[in-house]
Design a protein around this ligand. Sequence first.
Ligand SMILES: NC(=O)CC[C@H](N)C(=O)O
Length: 201
Amino acid sequence: MTAPVIGVLALQGDVREHLTALAAADAEAGPVRRPEELAEVDGLVIPGGESTTISKLAVLFGLMEPLRARVRAGMPVYGTCAGMIMLADKILDPRSGQETVGGIDMIVRRNAFGRQNESFEAAVEVRGVPGEPVEGVFIRAPWVESVGASAEVLAEHGGHIVAVRQGNALATSFHPELTGDHRVHRLFTDTVRAYRRGESL
Ligand SMILES: NC(=O)CC[C@H](N)C(=O)O
């Protein structure tokens, strides 16, 4: 079977690192900036960056509604940090006008772990990732205040939820694309492969 085609939403943020990690996890990866590009992918990563900026640009580029439609239709999607915020059905402390794509029944708190100079790394055990804990890089990271019944908590750090999955949607507060350890991306590309085979979670 040919490699799944996975896009990285390339409006703002650490796009290149995700492209590299996805390629290492056996996907064909490319940037997505236009609705026509979104239509061609089997799955999508929403990178870290600044969620208010990504939100604004998604509206400006005419991507917000197509993104919502594809996520609703079951397209696998993985959001890291700002990307996690974009996948939350609700933000506790949004900037005025800040919209999300949604898809995961969770409430997130932006910048919950502190500001840029309070960024840190910590070992995180992620359900579904075999072997050693993942090295979690947290950069002005959100945490998840609460999840609804259909969302599954995959990881916690310091008593706070930092990884969640709901159906084909996955979100982490931290940035596996920065560590050279591709196991979380592998978890996602496996989901995309299953989706392409017609199996949904
Ligand atoms: N590294 C990140 O993605 C930071 C997220 C940022 N604090 C936001 O609200 O979007």
